[in-house]
Design a protein. Sequence first.
Length: 94
Amino acid sequence: MSLAQIRYFVTVAEEGHVGRAAARLRVAQPAVSRQIRSLEDELGARLFERTPRGMRLAAPGRVFLDRARRILADVDDAAEAVRASVNTPSCARC
């Protein structure tokens, strides 16, 4: 499972539509679809119900969504902490 797959999953869940998610992510729609299917295969569960009008979270998707958002927030927090540490001298001679 990659961070890109998790980001794609969260974006599709928020948009409810692969095309809109792809536009928001600035990637091609087939790439988003492939990554979602790959994630579902890896987890062994369908995360979305496909409808004529888009995508709706299935029960396993609802379970995964909160945790996926926390994972992305933790990664963003870690990156921000590193950036802050680079911009803050850690010794008197720095």
